[in-house]
Design a protein. Structure first.
Length: 124
């Protein structure tokens, strides 16, 4: 199988009350999944990797302000259209569920567990 670019979609703010420690825990779960995808020969991507530096640069003062909302989900919406698939992880999340729906609309593969994704044949 050729390597796939797969968006890892999971909760970011959901269930955190915007507590930075809980948000960091959610990001760590997506990052760990991304590492496992990479080690399986694929190219993982997370919307947070693209959105958060832009949000900071654009002058966001807090999670959920106008600048944050302008960038955070729109980045992932554009990104999922470029990916081969979407891996949904974690608990309840309207944003992650939206990425799954968009992936399906674009005819992309949707996965719900790492084990569903075959290892890629990639040279080291």
């Amino acid at each position: 199988m050729k390597p796939l670019m797969i968006l890892v979609a999971g909760p970011y703010r959901s269930g955190t009350n915007d507590d930075p420690l809980l948000i960091a825990k959610n990001v760590a779960a997506m990052t760990e999944t991304s590492l496992r995808l990479f080690r399986a020969g694929h190219l993982p991507v997370m919307g947070e990797w693209f959105a958060l530096p832009l949000i900071e640069h654009a002058g966001s003062r807090r999670i959920g302000d106008a600048v944050f909302n302008e960038i955070f989900h729109p980045i992932s919406r554009r990104l999922v259209a470029q990916c081969d698939g979407c891996l949904r992880i974690g608990g309840a999340s309207a944003g992650a569920d939206e990425m799954v729906a968009l992936a399906r609309q674009h005819g992309k593969a949707v996965y719900h567990a790492l084990e569903e994704i075959p290892h890629a044949d990639t040279p080291l």
